[in-house]
Design a protein around this ligand. Structure first.
Ligand SMILES: C[S@@+](CC[C@H](N)C(=O)[O-])C[C@H]1O[C@@H](n2cnc3c(N)ncnc32)[C@H](O)[C@@H]1O
Length: 232
């Protein structure tokens, strides 16, 4: 179905009630019930049209994925994206993917403590002006929200083209005493493995020859312990 105006978006979201979640507060503390299993939950915050999260849900059926964005139209586009991926691959609709309309500002209304295992921040809005620093998704006030929702294996994975946001994020993580891993200033030069999944924005920036910056942040005690053990 082609999206035509607000009515088209509304109709599509109604038809996709298995995939699109418009009232995520209902599932706070109950996401595993909704998925029907106890598998870990990985969340992309600010998924845009959902290319990354849809592809990841296909590649990793043993993980539950949630893509979050705040606009109906993007949720509808992400539903279309997931459906066309399933069709292209000739697979049945996957139940390990939910596309959620929510504002990240209110993350605590959506997830209980320790409910999720990974947060992906892919090409988040950089908010380059200093006076907008509080809006950056790696500002300490947001990291506190992620820390609360993440479990003992919890990690944050961040990719961005923005040097300013990357510098700000590394400082934010360091000031909060968080352990970082695999920092790259030019991900595609350093070599990505075949399991690497690109986002829409990443594809655009890589085509223009821009550098992609990436870092993983270990939040949960178990994640930190495993990392330290791997070093010794
Ligand atoms: C620059 S786009 C990146 C999209 C995608 N992750 C990618 O890499 O192609 C940032 C997305 O974050 C979403 N976003 C920004 N602030 C948000 C918020 N407070 N809550 C939910 N989504 C938000 C925007 O709507 C937009 O779709």
């Amino acid at each position: 179905m082609r999206l035509r105006g607000k009515r088209g978006v509304k109709e599509l979201l109604e038809q996709q009630s298995q995939l699109a979640v418009l009232e995520p507060e209902t599932y706070k503390g109950k996401w595993n019930e909704l998925f029907g299993n106890d598998r870990p939950i990985y969340v992309e915050l600010g998924m845009g049209k959902g290319q990354f999260v849809s592809q990841m849900s296909l590649n990793y059926p043993e993980v539950n994925f949630i893509g979050v964005d705040m606009y109906d139209e993007l949720i509808a586009r992400a539903c279309e994206k997931a459906c066309s991926l399933w069709e292209e691959q000739g697979v049945e609709p996957r139940s390990n993917l939910k596309l959620v309309r929510a504002n990240i500002e209110f993350l605590e209304k959506m997830f209980a403590e320790d409910e999720i295992e990974r947060v992906y921040l892919n090409f988040s809005d950089p908010w380059p002006k200093n006076r907008h620093a509080r809006r950056r998704l790696t500002h300490a006030r947001f990291i506190e929200k992620y820390k609360r929702a993440l479990n003992e294996k919890g990690e944050i994975h961040l990719k961005t083209d923005s040097e300013t946001l990357f510098e700000f994020s590394l400082n934010s993580f360091a000031q909060m005493g968080l352990q970082m891993r695999d920092i790259s200033l030019n991900l595609h030069r350093d070599g990505i493995n075949e399991s690497h999944v690109m986002t829409e924005y990443e594809q655009k920036f890589v085509n223009k020859g821009m550098n992609i910056h990436r870092v993983e942040v270990l939040i949960g005690a178990q994640a930190l312990h495993n990392y330290r053990t791997s070093l010794s």
